[in-house]
Design a protein around this ligand. Structure first.
Ligand SMILES: [Zn+2]
Length: 308
């Protein structure tokens, strides 16, 4: 009987240890895969909201849609055209290459020439079949052209909206295929994001332009070098409307009026996150008419950067 009890005890302990040995790794795998899924399903608004909440900046100017999470501590927010300076940990980039070098040689652009009273409206993350369409209607009513930095996979989903953007004389740039954080990718992965976007645009409108706005404004030296070697210019912005964050129209107007000057590149979005973009649709006619009344002329990004 005593022996049986011991055996039973041993059996129970062995059973518990066995369950623990199986359960711990399984649960950690589940936790990891859940995180991975969460990361992959990242909504633009969610990620950007995290960053926005974590950012302290005295000025709405030059706050690219920055993110994240793991990198916010190493990013220097670009203020007054100072670019991001975070370097990827494992890069083979020549030390003489810095973000400043890319800004100086025109690979990275925050705004256009200040001599002309031209400004550029830009819309990221589209196309969709709701906000992008409404924005196109507003641009048409106001007879102005804008620049859309589109996500390749969204272009694939809404080819007719891409065709409309093209047919109405607007400019289409790349915003990567998967709205990827380029700082987290290898050079080969960066190239794949670019090439996949080129391929889908080529298939829809027959061509693509070598301009890209990196999602979240993330352009490490390594990613910039990869993009630059493909012949692209990186187009950042100088006026952040923060429309993706559900910013009220009055606040959007405040940011726009405070920061817009000749050569400004104004950042809006045309594909919704959780908060939607109703405010963008509501404010856009007023924003356009107000800036027109101040003497600004709306042009596309290539026109803005044309020195002639
Ligand atoms: Zn984006």
């Amino acid at each position: 009987m005593r022996k049986f009890k011991i055996n039973k005890l041993h059996f129970s302990i062995s059973l518990l240890v066995g369950i623990a040995l199986i359960a711990i790794p399984v649960s950690s795998i589940l936790v990891r895969s859940h995180s991975a899924i969460k990361a992959n399903k990242e909504s633009v608004v969610t990620v950007e909201a995290i960053v926005q909440n974590s950012e302290v900046s005295p000025s709405p100017t030059e706050i690219p849609e920055k993110t994240p999470e793991t990198q916010s501590s190493v990013i220097t927010p670009p203020v007054n055209n100072q670019p991001t300076t975070n370097l990827p940990a494992n890069n083979n980039v020549n030390n003489s290459d810095t973000i400043s070098t890319f800004v100086k040689n025109g690979t990275i652009v925050y705004s256009g020439a200040t001599l002309k009273t031209q400004i550029a409206l830009t819309f990221d993350d589209g196309p969709d079949n709701n906000y992008t369409v409404k924005i196109l209607d507003i641009l048409k009513q106001n007879n102005i052209k804008a620049t859309f930095f589109v996500v390749g996979r969204n272009a694939k989903t809404y080819p007719n909206v891409i065709k409309r953007i093209e047919n109405e004389g607007h400019i289409i740039g790349s915003h990567t295929y998967n709205h990827a954080d380029l700082n987290r990718l290898t050079p080969d992965q960066v190239r794949a994001e670019m090439l996949d976007t080129e391929a889908i645009l080529d298939s829809i409108v027959g061509h693509h332009l070598p301009i890209i706005r990196p999602p979240y404004g993330h352009n490490s030296v390594e990613a910039t070098k990869t993009i630059s070697d493909m012949g692209y210019k990186i187009i950042d912005w100088s006026v952040d409307t923060q429309d993706w964050a559900g910013t009220p129209p009055s606040k959007i107007m405040e940011y726009v009026l405070k920061d817009t000057r000749s050569g400004s590149i104004i950042l809006h979005h045309c594909s919704p996150g959780k908060l939607g973009l109703e405010n963008t649709i509501n404010v856009l006619p007023t924003e356009i008419s107000t800036l027109k009344s101040k003497g600004y002329q709306f042009v596309t990004v290539p026109e803005l950067l044309n020195k002639n």
